[in-house]
Write a protein that binds this ligand. Structure first.
Ligand code: GAR
Length: 232
């Protein structure tokens, strides 16, 4: 894999990235938009979908990006699928793999191959509410606060070290749908910010699984508040 990574990254142009999706692709669109208007120094080499019917593929094509489909239903098992996916990703020589609504559990070999070079966004304040249906689960738990997290991907599904979070208040009249909309709005600010940090070599994951930001150990995830703009 391309060695343009984190603190070791040579600042020689936009960071090559590959984005993985499975569905709607609104986070993909946010990344495309920030890249197009010059706010995000990345080169989106390809968008790969695990589903042929992912609507996000249309966003990618509209933006003139290369798209590939690796349909998980046509593979015998997880390992075979992951191997095909890895071969496809590596053919684009990315410095970062961006999971944007990619709804597949990944095998340990795959995850380790991209260790420190793969980010995911998850709709909760990790480590709370890993897994699915986070918005309804937050309401059912009576939580007053919810949000989204960007984390490095490790073997522990939704459990890798968290870089950046955005928080939203849970109101008494919130439903899973209203919460999902509020959180998604934050996701679209959050993910480009974390990718930007990586592209500039400001964050990296060390061999002990700890994140460094601007040369300092990140003891707790950074937070984007609901109202203020991104720290930079
Ligand atoms: C986003 O809310 C993202 O956080 C979530 O899927 C949605 C994808 O939306 N990801 C996960 O739940 C991963 N565990 P999008 O396709 O519109 O970007």
């Amino acid at each position: 894999m391309n060695d343009s990574r984190g603190a070791n990254r040579v600042q020689d142009g936009p960071l090559p990235i590959v984005i993985l999706i499975s569905g709607r692709g609104s986070n993909l669109q946010a990344i495309i938009d920030k890249t197009a208007n010059g706010e995000l120094p990345v080169d989106i080499r390809a968008v790969i979908s695990s589903r042929p019917d992912a609507t996000g593929l249309a966003h990618a094509r509209q933006a003139g990006l290369e798209t590939r489909v690796i349909d998980h239903t046509t593979y015998e098992d997880r390992e075979t699928f992951d191997q095909a996916l890895q071969t496809c990703i590596d053919s684009y020589r990315p410095g970062l793999v961006v999971l944007a609504g990619f709804m597949r559990i990944l095998s340990p070999g795959f995850v380790n191959h991209y260790r420190g070079h793969m980010l995911n966004i998850h709709p909760s304040l990790l480590p709370d509410f890993p897994g699915l249906n986070t918005h309804q689960r937050v309401i059912d738990a009576g939580s007053r606060e919810h949000g989204a997290s960007v984390h490095f991907v490790t073997e522990d599904t939704d459990g890798g070290p968290v870089v950046l979070q955005a928080r939203v208040a849970v109101r008494a009249d919130d439903t899973a749908n209203t919460l999902a909309a509020k959180v998604l709005e934050q996701e679209h600010r959050l993910y480009p910010q974390a990718i930007h940090w990586f592209a500039e070599g400001r964050i990296f994951l060390d061999e002990n699984g700890r994140i460094h930001l601007d040369g300092n150990l990140l003891e707790h995830p950074e937070t984007l508040s609901e109202d203020t703009s991104a720290p930079c």
